[in-house]
Structure formats: structure tokens, C-alpha cells
Write a new protein. Sequence first.
Length: 192
Amino acid sequence: MASTADFRNGMCMIFKDEIYTIVQFQHVKPGKGPAFVRTKLKNVKTGKVIDNTFTAGVKVDEVRVERRQYQYLYKDEMGFNLMNTETFEQISLPETMVENSDLMKESQILEIQFHADTETPLTAEMPAFVELRVIQTIEGEKGNTASSTAFPLSEGRAPGNPRQTGQVFILGLLPPPLGQAQKIFDAVFSSQ
């Protein structure tokens, strides 16, 4: 059991019979009345963010969640087959658990959150960026220059207007953390 004094960003807890993680919290001590804690909680399974206010000192059930790196191997009727990069243990995940799964390539690394006590997978996250190669382009028609036509790729669809096959796009899947956009941009483009 943890109290509101133990709240920190990223902490997971059971709230309304679901597992939530604390996205943001603020201790408030008004001049009149008892202290309270305002929180933004994100449901681990659905991703829905809710606002909730706790009275100071309230006890909550903390949940231990572990993040592990898994490598995508192949897809079959059971879903996606992944391998732990440290223990080489293999698991299957349903397709619905991985967002943007149509952009996943073999040997792609995913980060999976597990409930530490029950060893059940809660979420699977793709990396923030994926590289996609153009396999075919479509000739533009005269007068059609302002269209937003998408072009086929080996792993999905490309935004914009690629001019030649073999061109590589770096596609961002997640919004960058606050204040981290420039660092991510520099890291991605300095490695090319």
C-alpha cells in the first residue's frame, strides 16, 4: 500500500479495478480545508487518460510493472511471436495489443510492460521511429500537385511525395516527450 505522499510520475496503481499509471500529479494545500492531490491517470490497457483528485493521505494499491525488450520474430494465427532479448524466452501477443503493427518489421525491438506479480503482458510499444523504404512510386498527374496521395512502401504507406524507389523515410510514431523533440531529431539525423 502506498499513500498520496508516495505518488510519483510513472507509478502504477490499481484504481477502480483497473491498472493506471500516474502521468502527472500536484499536491495542493489550500488555505481552508484539507490538502488533496490532483492527478492525471492513464489506463495501462486502454490508454485513456482521466483526471482524479485524492484526499491527502489516502492509501492506494501500488502495482509493480516491469518493462522488457522483446524482438519481433514472425506472425502466425496466434498473433505476433516475440523473443526476450536477454533470456531468449518466446511469447505470443494478440495483434490488437500492438499499435501501428502494420509498420512492424522482422527483428524490430518492442518494449513490453508486464504485471510483475502475474507475469501477464499489459502493453506493447513500438519504437518512437521506424525506417521505411519506398518500393514503388506513382506518377503524378498534371494539375494534381496539391494532392496528399500516399505511396506504397515495403512496410506501410509514406507521407509526402517520394520521387524514387529505394528512398528511406523515418516515420515518427509517438509524440516526443516534452522538451525532448530536438534531442531526438539530432540523434536520428546525426546517425545517417
